[in-house]
Design a protein around this ligand. Structure first.
Ligand code: NAD
Ligand code: DAU
Length: 360
């Protein structure tokens, strides 16, 4: 039976990588592939422009909080599967302005769940329908250096407005399974990196600042640890969960790859120092000289680490990318795609950047 998928946030970083992955892996599928994205600052039609020619694909500009639009799409496109990426995703922005995070991440997820419940019930609750909610490791809070990694049963302890709003949305997705029997799935993933990531996030921000000769702002002492996963691995994990997991299941996804921020910044400096000149781009300043320690992020989680033994054991998924190779490819991608990122450094973005980094 064909899956007719609604991919919310499919014009963002992970969503667009997932749509491309999906279309590539289902070349002869008649199923609809509908992206619903508000096309805000992080949602970029260019991220999915190469898919526009496919008849089964459509990009709809709209808000997941718009119940009538969501209901209309579910009905018109005969959607039987939602993969829900849409979110306000940047922790620093959630500190500057939390309201948008509660609206999209909590109210928006609730709106989708309600619309999908009505749609699923109207079809007499087909057993193959799925609502996969894409979430984050940040809901589990912060680990000390020698704490064991997060498992699916680690209690929630979110520390930022972003992670609190994601935790709220996770709880709603869970409740819709337990209360209504609606076939929801939840994935909690660690930090992603790869092509099409908006320049506000650590890895692209450092790459672009090196290229532009701007300071590299390292928060606090730079010893915070994140568990990095290539976005392609996240896509295969989501598809695996969608195809194999039982309704109501929760899976952690991660890279078994804990790295300190400062180590990543050093790696990026070295990669840029090697690759940019080789591609004909002279760097204005030796990259490591740009490193600047700045005031820490409020409530900054010290360490994340994911225990992924459940998805490895139950579903046979594990990460395929090697971090060194993946990071090198990512740096090359940013060097090769100035036409993609240059327009993103808009007046709005410059205003955000000045507000966040100007006072640090
Ligand atoms: P992103 O900011 O690049 O993309 C989010 C997308 O959602 C954008 O295209 C944006 O326009 C869209 N969107 C925002 N508000 C919307 C609304 N009200 N209606 C419709 N669309 C809206 O984020 P990302 O990094 O691709 O993250 C995608 C999802 O994955 C998020 O739910 C995030 O919490 C989760 N996640 C991200 C990471 C990571 O490292 N980036 C890790 C784990 C989980
Ligand atoms: O862990 C999963 C999460 O990863 C996702 O849920 C979020 O959507 C995603 O944005 C990401 O959150 P982080 O806060 O970990 O990512 P970010 O790229 O903002 O920061 C990574 C680390 O680098 C973090 O410890 C803060 C630090 N940092 C970040 C920026 C932007 C700096 O030191 N300097 C910076 O300028």
């Amino acid at each position: 039976m064909s899956k007719h998928v609604l991919i919310t946030g499919g014009a963002g970083f992970i969503g667009s990588n997932f749509v491309r992955h999906w279309c590539k892996n289902h070349p002869d599928d008649n199923g609809r592939v509908v992206v619903l994205d508000i096309l805000g600052y992080a949602g970029n039609p260019a991220n999915v422009a190469d898919l526009e020619e496919q008849e089964r694909f459509s990009l709809v500009k709209g808000d997941i909080c718009d119940r009538s639009l969501v209901t209309e799409l579910l009905t018109r496109e005969k959607i039987n599967t939602i993969i829900h990426f849409a979110a306000e995703s940047h922790v620093d922005r959630s500190i500057l302005g939390p309201a948008a995070f509660v609206q999209t991440n909590v109210v928006g997820t609730f709106t989708l769940l309600e619309a999908f419940r009505q749609h699923w019930e109207a079809q007499a609750k087909p057993s193959h329908y799925r609502f996969l909610h894409v979430s984050t490791d940040e809901v589990y809070g912060s680990l000390a250096a020698d704490d064991p990694a997060f498992t699916e049963t680690t209690p929630y302890a979110p520390n930022s407005p972003y992670s609190a709003s994601k935790a709220g949305s996770d709880h709603l997705a869970r409740a819709y399974f337990h209360t209504y029997g609606m076939p929801t799935l939840i994935t909690n993933c660690s930090n992603n990196y790869g092509p099409y990531q908006f320049p506000e996030k650590l890895i692209p921000l450092m790459c672009l600042n090196i290229l532009l000769g701007k300071p590299l702002p390292v928060y606090g002492d730079g010893q915070n640890v994140r568990d990095w996963l290539h976005v392609s691995d996240h896509c295969t994990a989501i598809e695996t969960v969608l195809n194999q997991a039982n309704p109501g299941d929760v899976y952690n996804i991660g890279g078994n790859n804990q790295v300190k921020n400062l180590d990543i910044v050093h790696q990026l400096c070295d990669l840029m120092g090697e690759l940019a000149p080789a591609m004909g781009m002279e760097l204005p300043t030796a990259p490591r000289e740009l490193i600047t320690f700045v005031r820490d992020r409020p409530g900054h989680d010290r360490r994340y680490a994911m225990d992924i033994s459940k998805i490895e054991r139950d579903l046979g998924w594990s990460p395929a990318y090697n971090f060194e190779t993946g990071l090198r490819q990512t740096v090359e991608w940013y060097l090769q795609h100035r036409d993609w990122w240059q327009p993103l450094l808009s007046e709005e973005y410059k205003g955000y950047y000045a507000k966040l980094y100007g006072q640090r």
